[in-house]
Design a protein around this ligand. Sequence first.
Ligand code: BG6
Length: 494
Amino acid sequence: MSSRIIPVPAFDYVVFGATGDLTKRKLIPALYHRFKDGQFDENSRIIGASRSKLTEADFQKTAREAIQQFVEKEYQDQAVIDRFIKIFTYVPVDASKPEESGDLGAALRDDPAIVRAFYLAVAPDLFEPIAEYLDAKKLYRRDARVVIEKPLGHDLESSIAINDGVSKIFQEDQVYRIDHYLGKETVQNLLALRFANTLFEPVWNSAHIDHVQLTVAESVGAGTRGYYDESGALRDMIQNHMLQLLCLVAMEPPASDDANALRDEKLKVLRALRRITNGDVAKNTVRGQYRGVKSETVSVAGYQDELPEEKKGSRTETFVALKAEIENWRWSGVPFYLRTGKRMAERVSEICIQFKPIPHSIFDHAEGAPRPNKLIIRLQPDEGVKLMLMNKDPGPGGMRLREVALNLSFAQAFNERTPEAYERLLMDVVRGSQTLFMRRDELEAAWMWVDPIREAWDRSSEPPQSYTAGTWGPSGAVALIERDGRSWYEGPLS
Ligand code: BG6
């Protein structure tokens, strides 16, 4: 089976922050793959913009190096790279010093048939000045698109300020807020699983589902990114990626895959989340911070060890587990347990939908009690879907019950390279499809839910619970779910 490539219209993509990490690691490799697959050709342009006084040749060199470094060797095709590099050009731009900036207008084509997109891969405090610069230079068009990405604020208030700044110039239907989780193939597959099959919808509710678990565990540490210490896992992962996953699992079927139909349903979920405030924060949330390990065989630095001197003693959480509840007809009484952390036992992102136990067992004398069915959606790695069913262990010896998985491995079923999230998202911007991007009201509703948790933590004298690097987080996370008579799903990898 091979993918069907639908070419996008020719575009001028201006990337502000052209020399930054995101551009090199994600944007250039993603655009390269789309070019290589023939989704666009030499009629499109990628225009780097940043404060550095680079030349076109310098930027082309940067792009070539980014491909060499961040595209898997087997996909590096020299002839394609040579053609691709030619669509790169560069203009030095400092939005706060227009007089010292190059002529961005000259690099853009004044043709309404050519899509115009501005990717702001820069700090959010530059969004508004750049938007105003574009307007002042008459580079704004009503059909132009602007792409922005987190951190879109650190709380509701700052998020409103950022959006207000961008919306001085751009209207909501021009703003593409990236949450890269929505671009992941497996996350989009959630929509297919739920809404392209009849099997699940009748049981997708509190009558049949006991609870839902969402785990996004990373084995890497927080690293030395200054941003992380300001953010912490709640803002870095829960407010955006994990709440988006929760919305896709919990939302009502939208009438179509139209951007607003889908986003309306996600918004309803966010608004139905029960606020976790004051006393409930200690009961329903756990935050942790990893400590290092040093033995003869392993040596891993703890979070504090990686911090610069002035930040030592930081209480930033590198792990969060929490119990969320959705107050609506479908989900009343069905907890959603979320957990995410750095330096955990393995890198795994998955959703576990656990169904209710059978009402009555006829297998009193059987070996092995029937266990509730589970639907496991593995987002990464080893993408796939597993349905855990009870089976009879074959052979003589009476009735022995065993849990076995109906296993759909994407690698085996599709045998294709899985595109990176940014590939899909960058092309959706050109197509003008906002379905996989967050609308302003969604973003704000997510902050409204997260802010009281953050505030209660800030007020609390309790520091985050410590957990050893390479484990599944602090003991409090286990207690959080076990208190309800449940446990975290830590199934076998295959
Ligand atoms: C980013 C976070 O948004 O997502 C990082 O800022 C995190 O801290 C990353 O590591 C995880 O993304 P992925 O695609 O590797 O699961």
